[in-house]
Design a protein around this ligand. Structure first.
Ligand code: UDP
Ligand code: MG
Length: 320
């Protein structure tokens, strides 16, 4: 059987009230598409009727394929599992709660057909999400963009379309701390955004608890930034600068105001700051090595290739 043109990859955790509506809206969408599609539902260890409903959909409609993880591994891992299962030439990632409206997908596809390998949805407004969620999301995306070594677009979720080429690369990446939006930006190629007013959930409660969001945020910063590791070095440099200032102060008083009571105190403080600086800088050096080890262990390809103009007869070109 030929692979489908489109794969819809949808991680689902306890979304029993959304599945029927999700399927209905997807069916409407797929009917209007220009090629065959598959729907991949990844049950992330749900404890409600999600799996039962998913199984039923699969029995009724062979277009629906599913995968059920043995426990709740979290959204990014469920998504990874779905991407590994997908066979389409264009892979569309969506949430199950209809906050990523299927009706927007034709816009993503149009951009893909224009030659973009990644088309992601950027949220310009979030309807009826709590103020807390909006503020934390706003701050987090900007903070990550400042800290990150690569450009990770702000206010974009996982809702996107990716070309098979990009998904093949993601599937090859062995790293375990997976912030898919970051990895998606990391691979490069032609990427573009469409804007979206994010609707509220169709039904059910938010599954991304504060703890899960925090884990994701910290994980993404660790995976895409070396700034936290360098913090010790920066503090060490600051502390040594203070020690130098104090040294000059002591010398100044020693020569121009030898009777100053402050000389002794300043010398002791200087020594403390100096030793602190030495320790922090040493920690920073350790941090750099830990960072290098982490970099190696992430095992990302060294580079990603867009085009090759000429290959010699017997190619030694490594596949990234
Ligand atoms: N989800 C998941 N595993 C989890 C948490 C969430 O697969 O551990 C799924 C959830 O079912 C939904 C998507 O991830 O399809 C986004 O979750 P949610 O709507 O709670 O997050 P938000 O839209 O608030 O970012
Ligand atoms: Mg949601």
């Amino acid at each position: 059987m030929n692979p489908p043109t489109y794969s819809f990859v949808i991680p689902i955790y306890n979304e029993e009230d959304n599945i029927a509506e999700l399927y209905r809206r997807l069916q409407q969408l797929i009917a209007g598409l220009d090629g065959p599609a598959e729907i991949i539902l990844v049950d992330d260890g749900s404890c409600d009727r999600t799996l039962v409903l998913t199984r039923q959909l699969h029995t009724d409609d062979p277009q629906v394929r599913y995968l059920s993880l043995a426990r709740n591994f979290g959204h990014q891992i469920a998504l990874t599992a779905g991407l590994q299962m997908a066979e389409g030439r264009a892979i569309i990632v969506m949430d199950a709660d209809l906050q990523d409206p299927p009706e927007v997908v034709p816009e993503l596809i149009a951009k893909w057909q224009q030659g973009y390998q990644v088309v992601y949805a950027q949220r310009i407004a979030r309807q009826r999400e709590s103020l807390w969620k909006r503020i934390t999301a706003y701050v987090f995306y900007r903070f990550l963009q400042q800290l990150s070594d690569i450009h990770i677009p702000t206010d974009t979720g996982d809702f996107c379309l990716m070309d098979r080429q990009v998904v093949d690369l993601l599937n090859k990446m062995p790293e375990r701390n997976r912030y898919i939006r970051g990895l998606r930006a990391w691979v490069g190629f032609q990427q573009t955004a469409i804007t979206l007013h994010r609707p509220p959930r169709f039904a059910g409660e938010v599954k991304y608890t504060f703890r899960k969001s925090l884990t994701l945020a910290l994980g993404s910063i660790m995976a895409f930034s070396k700034v936290p590791l360098r913090l010790a070095t920066y503090l060490g440099l600051f502390s040594s600068a203070l020690a130098v200032i104090m040294m000059f102060l002591t010398l100044y008083w020693r020569f121009f105001n030898p009777s100053s009571q402050l000389i002794g105190y300043t010398m002791i403080t200087m020594a403390i700051f100096f030793l602190g600086a030495v320790q922090l800088i040493c920690l920073g050096i350790l941090g750099e090595y830990v960072g290098q080890i982490y970099e190696e262990i992430k095992g990302r390809p060294l580079y990603t290739i867009k085009e090759v103009g000429h290959l010699p007869q017997t190619s030694h070109f490594p596949s990234p």
